[in-house]
Design a protein around this ligand. Structure first.
Ligand SMILES: [Zn+2]
Ligand SMILES: [Zn+2]
Length: 284
């Protein structure tokens, strides 16, 4: 049997998480990302039995796999502020439990922001926060550190940051990485051509290890290489350009890794962008 290409986008869960699956199906996605709760509020959703049943049914009907949840934007597992850190760990634990109830495969999160602490302190706090989750950990979801653009005091814009966290938690926490193409480009990793992307992947392999690479957020970038500014553009409409995405869909090391669009034009373009990525990968 031919291996399926795993391409989709971040889908809205308005009206219930199961709707994200049906919207994904509408866009011909084979994978999706979603928020299991309002990403701008501390108080999380409780997943009811009815919702689980609808979710399971939608999963069967849509055949969507490799489902990814993105954590709330408020969470900072590396915060130097005690209260925020406490709230963050609580919200993250609740997110983890929602993912387990829905049997979600990956939970991706921005590692954290140092604010007035140092990057090293922030990274150590993130490791401690993650290790505190150990009693809740099950096989699924795998926690994915997202590469960041390095905006403000965000850590995670260097492969070394992620390698540092992985090394400290891997024995106790199922951990991996989600590369966001817009973010690494803004962070200074060139991926505009086949040659440059290959070099970046080689660097990733040397510092982190490609066996930790579970997913891609596929976005073009409004801002230039090394700008440290995070603003997504639709594929081919930003500073990265289409060669990068063609490479992603043809290189044997990245072709079958799940990919999730977070491009800004959303509904209007996702169908075309998903089609384009599949086309690059050799699917009609
Ligand atoms: Zn992303
Ligand atoms: Zn972003």
């Amino acid at each position: 049997m031919k291996k399926p290409l795993l391409v989709g986008a971040h889908m809205s869960a308005t009206g219930g998480v199961h709707n994200a699956l049906y919207t994904g199906q509408f866009f011909k996605a084979t994978v999706i990302q979603l928020f299991t709760t309002n990403q701008r509020r501390w108080a999380g959703n409780k997943i009811t039995k009815e919702e689980i049943a609808l979710w399971e049914k939608a999963k069967k009907e849509t055949k969507i796999t490799h489902i990814m949840s993105h954590d709330s934007y408020l969470i900072n597992l590396g915060s130097p502020k005690k209260m925020v850190l406490k709230k963050s760990i609580k919200a993250f634990s609740e997110e983890l439990i929602r993912c387990q109830l829905l049997q979600i495969d990956y939970l991706t999160f921005h590692p954290g922001s140092a604010l007035n602490s140092t990057e090293k302190e922030c990274l150590d706090t993130i490791c401690k926060s993650l290790l505190s989750l150990k009693p809740l950990i099950k096989k699924k979801p795998i926690l994915l550190l997202e590469t960041t653009a390095g905006q403000g005091s965000n850590v995670g814009y260097k492969f070394e940051h992620l390698a540092y966290i992985i090394k400290k938690v891997k024995k106790n926490i199922p951990i991996g990485v989600c590369i966001d193409t817009c973010h690494i480009f803004a962070a200074g990793y060139d991926i505009r051509t086949k040659k440059e992307f290959k070099n970046t992947l080689k660097e990733f392999d040397e510092i982190i290890g490609l066996n930790y690479l579970y997913a891609f957020h596929v976005n073009d970038s409004v801002f230039e290489l090394g700008s440290r500014r995070d603003r997504h553009a639709s594929l081919g409409m930003g500073k990265i350009g289409l060669e990068c995405f063609k490479f992603l869909m043809t290189n044997p090391k990245t072709k079958y890794i799940p990919k999730y669009l977070e491009t800004p034009l959303g509904d209007k373009y996702w169908k075309d962008e998903i089609k384009l990525l599949k086309h690059f990968g050799g699917e009609k």
